[in-house]
Design a protein around this ligand. Structure first.
Ligand code: FAD
Ligand code: NAP
Length: 342
């Protein structure tokens, strides 16, 4: 069935294989594309007439989809880039949820606005970035956000949420785990600096930069280079980035583990110590390991990859194996980072 409501088009049995970076052969029961925030009322009216679950889709880079995705998939393609002065030192930048994240980082640097350099080359859209509070090389989205513009499905209106209201945590937010069905993110507002301050707490980035003067463009280029060396390009090898979150353990558990494993990689964190999940997996001898159509990426053990023709259950099977091996060796439970839907 192909129905048309005003300007929104609803397609049925829509293939999503090209729209998720794992390349899983999912098919949506219904599918539509949202190009402007004022189309969201139409979307809600359609859902009132045809009650069904709604999955919001950005770049599909943090999703593990089943073969059949029941209900409606709405791909958010809202564009826009508005800058205004905030203070002598900072500029406010409001970017549409459907803009590409990496292109936004690149453009902000070109315009002399600083703060997003360390988050270069993360796939996906601006609108999905607050969902798991994306982070890399010591910077998280929450450090640079001044507001998140949402369509509130409960109140049926557009409004701005403050960073505090978004309840950002480590790879977590209001949108991911507290009220995942309530908000459609339509734009993100950043507060970016006119003066560059480098965030170089990660040794990998410092080493990659070498001894030459540190400029925003060099940080951006270095992050891109390191990531290209370590991570599989989803256009060539299907993946969803880090498959597991870094587990946080108590100080007591950390000390016991450190006693047993001298080279344990861990960092102090609120509530205890954050263990490098990639190191745990590597120590289990799983780098390069594969199970049918899915493998552990040889250059980065935290990434599971589609070796061709993988389906959701293949990924689940390998993820369970990795979890079991890590649990047996270290007594630590690894939790997946991407969203499994449904
Ligand atoms: P999708 O996968 O389409 O959606 C992710 C979630 O957000 C879903 O629950 C979806 O329903 C929801 N969502 C999407 N759009 C909206 C919206 N407008 N409003 C409300 N909810 C919405 N992540 C990091 O944090 N750091 C990294 O360094 C990093 N590196 C990666 C490297 C690779 C190679 C890959 C493949 C992934 C990586 N990721 C990383 C994960 C991923 O890129 C991010 O989570 C990204 O923000 C997902 O964006 P997306 O548009 O693809 O979201
Ligand atoms: P890395 O630099 O080799 O570091 C390994 C792990 O140690 C990372 O997981 C990182 O935690 C942690 N770490 C390193 N230095 C740290 C410090 N100074 N303080 C606190 N924690 C520290 O990691 P990598 O695999 O090459 O990735 C580089 C960055 O890109 C990381 O921030 C990583 O999260 C991010 N990334 C994320 C994804 C994703 O899909 N989520 C995919 C690829 C890369 P954190 O992960 O908490 O930063």
């Amino acid at each position: 069935m192909n129905a048309v409501t005003d300007s929104l088009q609803f397609r049925s049995e829509y293939p999503l294989q090209e729209l998720n970076t794992f390349g899983l052969p999912a098919v949506a029961e219904y599918y539509t594309e949202i190009h402007a925030a004022d189309q969201l009322e139409q979307l809600e009216q359609w859902l009132k007439r045809h009650p069904m679950p709604l999955l919001l889709l950005g770049g599909g880079s943090n999703l593990v989809l089943a073969d059949r995705v029941p209900g409606l998939v709405a791909r958010i393609l809202i564009r826009g880039w508005h800058r205004s002065d905030l203070s002598a030192s900072h500029v406010r930048l409001r970017v549409g949820a459907g803009e590409n994240w990496h292109a936004t980082v690149e453009k902000s640097i070109e315009q002399g606005l600083y703060g997003l350099e360390n988050l270069a080359l993360i796939p996906g859209t601006v609108g999905a970035a607050p969902v798991q509070n994306i982070g890399a090389y010591g910077v998280e989205l929450k450090d640079r956000v001044s507001a998140v513009e949402v369509f509130d499905r409960q109140e049926q209106c557009l409004r701005d949420l403050s960073p505090e209201a978004c309840r950002f945590g480590y790879r977590d937010s209001l949108f991911k785990s507290i009220e995942p069905e309530r908000y459609i993110i339509t734009a993100v507002e950043f507060s970016l600096a006119r003066q560059f301050t480098a965030e170089l707490s990660y040794a990998g980035l410092r080493e990659g930069l070498g001894n030459d003067p540190v400029t925003p463009k060099r940080v951006f280029d270095t992050v891109c280079r390191i990531r290209r060396e370590k991570l599989p390009d989803p256009t060539e090898i299907g993946n969803a980035g880090s498959f597991f979150k870094n587990p946080v353990v108590s100080a007591g558990q950390y000390q016991q583990l450190q006693h047993r494993f001298e080279s344990l990689v861990a960092y102090p964190d609120t509530g205890g110590y954050k263990l490098a999940a990639g190191w745990l997996i590597d120590q289990c001898g799983l780098k390069g390991f594969s199970l049918e159509h899915v493998g552990v990426y040889p250059r980065q053990a935290l990434v599971l990859v589609n070796l061709g023709a993988a389906r959701r259950e293949d990924i689940e099977r390998l993820a369970r194996h990795v979890q079991q091996m890590v649990q047996e060796r270290f007594g630590v439970r690894l939790e997946p980072e991407p969203r499994f839907y449904p």
